[in-house]
Write a protein that binds this ligand. Sequence first.
Ligand code: NCD
Length: 319
Amino acid sequence: MPKDVISILDLTRSEVERIFELSTLVERALKRRRKLNLLDGYTAALLFFEPSTRTRLSFEVACRKLGMDCLVVVGEAATSLAKGERLADTIRMLDSYADLIIIRHPKDGAARFAAEIAESPVLNAGDGAHEHPTQTLIDLCTIKRLKGCIDGLTIGVLGDVRYARAVGSLLKGLTLFSPKKVYLISPSFLRIRESLRIELKRRGLNFEEVENLVDVLPELDVLYVVRLQKERFPDPELYEKAKGSYAVTREILEKHAKSDLIVLHPLPRVDELDLSVDSTRWAAYFYQASLGVPVRIALIAYVFELERELVELAREGVS
Ligand code: NCD
């Protein structure tokens, strides 16, 4: 049982699978009642030092459904960090106000740093270009639910695999399973960083780096698309060069995709995933986004050792 979830690898495969099961129980319980109130009177601090829509709102809904009060901070400008306060001091203080700290920060490693200081559990809601473990739980849960398994699948990850933390976490998460093959599809200057390449190899992930989507699309069971992470590009010229270098359209899918392919995207999208895909049978990204609340409730319940209570709530009324 981890205190903190900073990397997806803070969880084991069986813990990840348990959280998938709990997410189903959460959905069942939420059909019967609007709130679960398992953490009534507890306080969660949500520190979002980078823009966020889905992650922040779904975490906040998750905490509130569990009965927690939420202290929500959006942007450094609203805190004393803008006056020069150290992050360490902010965390130390919040640790005394809150029972759970959820943090998104532009710097790689900031969430781990916070976890080392805080006694309360810390959940990483995205640190720089590094990790985004709760997004990975949602992504893997979507694949598990729609394809029935993760082992044995051929998975393509398309786009900015260099700077997208959702990709770094997903690839690490996939090392807990045994996909048949993972294709990393990107222009050559956006390939994964060497440190991640070494780690994935060491962990035995069967992956190949390729440049053209259509070359591998016919093989894929899952296509995971990410936007160019504009805010993380070291120089604007490189971003200009990368802009428009990849896109998924209905036409490409109709020509090359298997009929049971699923297309995922952590969102937000810019122009790498055409709107024409939304109404096709391949689009699974809105379903994926809808799992944000149940999966995050399941994770928090797991961290607070509330499995038994959750099982009881889900059973309520079922004889
Ligand atoms: C992702 C993120 O913030 O890393 N968004 C999200 O949490 N759903 C992906 C992105 O911003 O491209």
